[in-house]
Ligand binder design. Structure first.
Ligand code: FMN
Length: 185
């Protein structure tokens, strides 16, 4: 039956993929913004990214375990399937590996498959201008753009200058994804 009340009430599920960048500790801002906009949220971190966040606080806020490694065969899936994915913050490393099709972390595995599954995905890189100057980075962003990935507008900060956390717009992920999710069949 299509008119079951719990199906009607089901919220879209957002995966937030967190990489090992200085601003990662503020991911609670995106979780709060997403929940206020009626998303349910699960967090996946890269293995390095796990050390950058307050895991207890994030799990308490989302109500789901943080995933950073593959489950064992036969274990239940800890998160529902994603309706959309926000990669925030995205590192130089993960952006380049994702664009190249490398899948050696759970986070990259999810991202590499998301393209083929048609899951709307936004990436908010947080890199410095020295990293951004590397030719591979520009090519990676170009490839991701061609894949339909929505790319945030953060302008790289100067290296060794403390970063630009104050102008990193976490909520841009929702601004990019919301129209894509509402237009899906
Ligand atoms: C304190 C600290 C801050 C970092 N900040 C950034 C950053 O803002 N952007 C970035 O691309 N890499 C940053 N790095 C380097 C990444 O952590 C490193 O490239 C790592 O391999 C990324 O792994 P991941 O992409 O699997 O998360 C930082 C490293 C440290 C120790």
């Amino acid at each position: 039956m299509s008119d079951q009340p719990d199906q009607q009430a089901k919220k879209p599920f957002l995966y937030i993929v967190v990489c090992a960048a200085g601003v990662a500790g503020d991911v609670g801002k995106l979780i709060t913004a997403a929940q206020e906009a009626n998303w349910d949220v699960g967090v996946i971190t890269t293995p390095q990214g796990l050390g950058f966040i307050d895991t207890e606080a994030v799990e308490a806020q989302t109500g789901y375990p943080i995933r950073s490694a593959w489950r064992s065969p036969g274990d239940p899936r800890p998160l529902p399937p994603a309706d959309a994915i926000a990669v925030a913050p995205a590192t130089f490393n993960t952006v380049n590996k994702w664009a190249a099709g490398i899948s050696d972390t759970l986070a990259l595995g999810i991202l590499c498959e998301a393209y083929g599954m048609g899951i709307p995905t936004a990436v908010l890189p947080y890199v410095n201008s020295a990293q951004a100057a590397h030719p591979a980075y520009r090519q990676s962003l170009e490839r991701l753009r061609e894949m339909g990935v929505l790319i945030g507008s953060y302008e790289p900060h100067r290296p060794k200058a403390g970063g630009g956390a104050d102008r990193y717009r976490w909520e841009e992920a929702l601004e990019l994804l919301t129209p894509k999710v509402s237009e899906r069949p």
